[in-house]
Write a protein that binds this ligand. Structure first.
Ligand code: SAM
Ligand code: DTB
Ligand code: SF4
Length: 329
């Protein structure tokens, strides 16, 4: 499938080429430029902390090649129907007590049916009432669902474009790039904040990494939050171990963060999945390159993330302070 031929997906070659030229800068020049842009828009010594919870795990009908939650792959995860409210609230309270300001609820759905959405609306109301920012990632939304989430008190909706349009069909065949763009449009029209990013290290080319960033930059307005995930290679998924997916050079990952920071200058750039296997020095380089948000808490959705105490120690070593939910500063 070649999504470049679909109407509505504007990939301007000159924009991609400009972004690729950033990737090609000498490393020190790239980081200096990223840090300069970062300082013009943000306090460089502050970070935003989001905690994830999988509220519905596994059994997903989609075929995303990276995802352990797709029903069709034989992965070692425990499927779980929608969690009861009490468990969600316990996790949200714990996240707040640990210092997170945003709580993101993820569900392994292609998209929610109306009877799926209703209990999630209650979760959003109750988590919001704890004084946390709320985020949900539930898959594709139909007309009217984003408005219901907004009315319940949702602040952010996460929906990733994941990669460049021309590479998308190599990773996912059960939906199109345009489907993702359509949901993003619904989210934006409902006046929700947009959290939209992607995954690197899936065997894409540098041009395709630039293509993803070009697509994110093309969203109007640009997403408030941009998660950059390093592929977590999960046993049993198609992307577990193929030649093309030999781990990405960490410095190329840092470059991706830096380029995202320059191009998406006012967005929070989140150093997302993959920190579990990432050396602290590489994470520090990502912060220097302009990452100013992380997933915080010992679990992502189904895979591990650094322990809270370890992250606290790393941030303290770097003199980076967590944003405060009361001030948003
Ligand atoms: N089912 C919904 C959807 O796909 O939009 C929401 C949950 S889905 C797990 C959220 C995002 O997690 C995906 O878009 C992808 O970017 C990321 N993700 C999933 N598996 C990953 C992996 N193994 N490594 C890195 N990121 C991953
Ligand atoms: C995002 O960009 N990354 C998060 C969140 N949005 C939902 C998910 C990462 C998942 C990593 C694999 C797992 O734990 O299942
Ligand atoms: Fe399902 Fe989302 Fe995983 Fe794709 S990424 S298989 S849609 S849970």
């Amino acid at each position: 499938m070649n999504n470049m031929t679909q109407p509505g997906i504007k990939t301007t070659p000159s924009r991609v080429a400009e972004i690729e030229a950033l990737f090609a800068l000498p490393f020190n020049d790239l980081i200096f430029q990223a840090q300069t842009v970062h300082r013009a828009h943000f306090d460089p010594n502050r970070i935003q902390l989001s905690t994830l919870l999988s509220i519905k795990t596994g059994g997903c009908s989609e075929d995303c090649g990276y995802c352990p939650q797709a029903a069709r792959y034989d992965t070692d995860i425990d499927s779980q129907e929608l969690l009861p409210m009490a468990e969600v609230l316990d996790a949200a309270r714990a996240a707040k007590a640990a210092g997170a300001t945003r709580f993101c609820m993820g569900a392994a759905w292609r998209g929610p049916k109306q009877h799926d959405l209703e209990p999630v609306l209650d979760m959003v109301r109750e988590v919001k009432a704890l004084g946390l920012e709320t985020c949900a990632t539930l898959g594709m939304l139909r007309d009217g669902q984003a408005e219901q989430l907004k009315a319940a008190g949702l602040d952010y909706y996460n929906h990733n474009l994941d990669t460049a349009p021309e590479f998308y069909g190599e990773i996912i065949t059960t939906r199109t790039y345009q489907d993702r763009l359509d949901t993003l449009e619904r989210v934006r029209s409902a006046d929700l904040h947009v959290c939209c990013g992607g995954i690197v290290g899936m065997g894409e080319s540098r041009t395709q990494r630039a293509g993803l960033i070009a697509q994110l930059a093309n969203l109007s307005p640009q997403p408030e939050s941009v998660p950059i995930n390093m592929l977590v290679r999960v046993e049993g998924t198609p992307l577990e171990a193929t030649d093309e997916t030999e781990a990405l050079d960490p410095l190329e990952f840092v470059r991706t963060i830096a380029v995202a920071r320059i191009v998406l200058s006012a967005s929070y750039v989140r150093l997302s999945a993959g920190r579990g296997e990432m050396a602290e020095a590489v994470q520090a380089l990502c912060f220097l390159a302009g990452a100013n948000s992380i997933f915080y808490g010992e679990k992502l959705l189904t895979t591990g993330n650094p322990e809270v105490a370890r992250d606290r120690a790393l941030l303290a070593k770097l003199g980076i302070e967590a944003e405060d939910s009361r001030t948003g500063a």
